[in-house]
Each structure stands twice: as C-alpha cells, then as structure tokens.
Design a protein around this ligand. Structure first.
Ligand SMILES: NC(=O)c1ccc[n+]([C@@H]2O[C@H](COP(=O)([O-])OP(=O)(O)OC[C@H]3O[C@@H](n4cnc5c(N)ncnc54)[C@H](OP(=O)(O)O)[C@@H]3O)[C@@H](O)[C@H]2O)c1
Length: 230
C-alpha cells in the first residue's frame, strides 16, 4: 500500500485519480482549494473512509503549502501527483496576450508544482522509492504543432523543464521524477467533446506511476503507456 498525495483532487482528472488509487487499496491524501465544497470528493471519501483523507491546499499560496507539509508530521509520502492546473486567460495568443493572466497561469502550472514538491520533500524522503509526477500536456511539447493557448503551452513547456532539472537533482536520493500527458479528457478543462473519460485517463496515470523508476527519470509519459518527445 502506497501513500499518494494528489493536488486539485476535487474534480476532473484529480478526482478520478483519487478513486482509482483508493479502489486498488492505496492511501490517498486528496487536496483541494476548499474541501468544504467538494461533493464528488465527499462521495469518494464515503466509499473509502479508511483510505482517503482530504486536506486544504491552494497550490499558489506558500502559507497553504507549508500548512499541508506540517500536517503530514512524520508520515512518509511515496508519490506526489501535481495535477492542479489552469488553462489560462481568454486572450492568450502570441498576437494578443493578457499578460497578467499569463503570469497567473505560470503561478499555477509552473511555479506551484515545484513549490509543492520542495515543501513535501521531507515526507517524500521518508517514502519508499518516492516518485513525483506532474500532469503536463502534449501541448507543451517542443515538438507539438499549433500556436493557440500560448500561456497554457508555455507554462507546461516550462514545468517540463523544471521537472527535468528536479529529476537530475533528486537522482542521487533515488526519487524518480516524470511528467505526463493525460490524453484529451472530458473535464471542465477538456470539454464534452474530448476523447477520454477521466476514469480512462486516471487508470493510465496509475500505470505510469507504477512504471516510474529512477532508471527512467526524467521521462515524458503518455496516459496510454507510450512516451513522447520533450
Ligand atoms: N482535460 C484535458 O483534456 C487535459 C489535457 C492535458 C492536460 N491536462 C492537465 O490535467 C490536469 C487536470 O486537468 P482537468 O482536466 O482535470 O481540469 P479541471 O477539471 O479544470 O480541474 C482542474 C483542477 O485544478 C484545481 N486547481 C486549479 N487552480 C488551483 C489552485 N490555484 N490551487 C489548487 N487547485 C487548483 C481545480 O480546483 P478548483 O475546483 O478549486 O478550481 C481543479 O481541481 C491539469 O494540470 C491540466 O493542465 C488536462
């Protein structure tokens, strides 16, 4: 039984991940900005009361991150999944950019995953062959075509680089680091026309977590078991 902490766990892919890990008997620390208003998550907790616990976490707030780290006390953490993310502002093309919105996008998608990882490192160091997986996107690959959603693409391309660096710096401690593309998923972000259900994507991500190893750190995984170009 592993202990897995998931950010942005109140809806979408994050919520499906909570259910997937709990259903196979892992212990899940599910975090959400406001745990008092998360019906879907409450339903999962009621099905797995011994396995799922919910904590408040606003990933851009250093005080909130520090409070979560303190609440973990001396417990070990085996897996951190940086899932929380935003698509960014309405205007985000290279010819018409909402620069304040771009900065906010970077705060959530790029800075927060590293801030959360740094704060939880003591707990991860107590874990068993700990792993840090950040949910990125194919849209952030340098090989990806398309020029829409510049704020989103650039924030995910940047977090990919950040996680490559973290992988290098944690290699000696045996902590594996990776990013993944979860597929195009029917969530508030992905929309109704997307290809995958959150459950399909989450199942693929649990397999990625199982396969992650220090020998393949860093890696850019895809939900279907393949890998992709950075
Ligand atoms: N859906 C897709 O097709 C797709 C494709 C590629 C990559 N992704 C990535 O997959 C991840 C999950 O996306 P999703 O589709 O599940 O999106 P979603 O349904 O919009 O859910 C986003 C989650 O992130 C949380 N979040 C956003 N800002 C936060 C903050 N500052 N602090 C804490 N939590 C915050 C949200 O919490 P609130 O409810 O409080 O807002 C929500 O739980 C994201 O990183 C996204 O970029 C999704």
């Amino acid at each position: 039984m592993a202990t897995i902490l998931i950010t942005g766990a109140n809806r979408g892919i994050g919520l499906a991940l909570v259910e997937c890990f709990a259903a196979r008997g892992d212990r899940v620390i599910a975090t959400a900005r406001d745990p008092s208003t998360v019906e879907g998550l409450a339903a999962v907790v009621s099905r797995f009361p011994d396995l799922v616990e919910v904590h408040a976490l606003e990933v851009t707030d250093p005080v909130s991150i520090a409070a979560l780290a303190a609440r973990l006390d001396d417990r070990p953490l085996d897996v951190l999944i940086n899932n929380a993310g935003v698509i960014g502002p309405q205007r985000q093309s290279s010819l018409d950019m909402d620069f304040a919105g771009w900065l906010d996008t970077f705060r959530v998608n790029t800075l927060a995953p590293l801030a959360v990882a740094q704060a939880l490192l003591p707990a991860l160091r107590r874990g068993d062959h700990a792993k840090i997986l950040t949910v990125s996107t194919a849209m952030g690959s340098m090989a990806a075509k398309g020029s829409d959603r510049v704020a989103y693409r650039s924030s995910k391309a940047a977090v990919n680089k950040v996680m490559q660096c973290l992988a290098t710096d944690l290699r000696g401690e045996g902590i594996a680091v990776a990013v993944c593309h979860p597929g195009w998923v029917k969530t508030e972000m992905g929309g109704d026309g997307a290809e995958l259900t959150p459950e399909m994507s989450a199942t693929g991500i649990t397999r990625i977590v199982d396969r992650m190893s220090i020998g393949h750190s860093p890696a850019f995984h895809v939900w279907d078991g393949t890998t992709m170009q950075w």
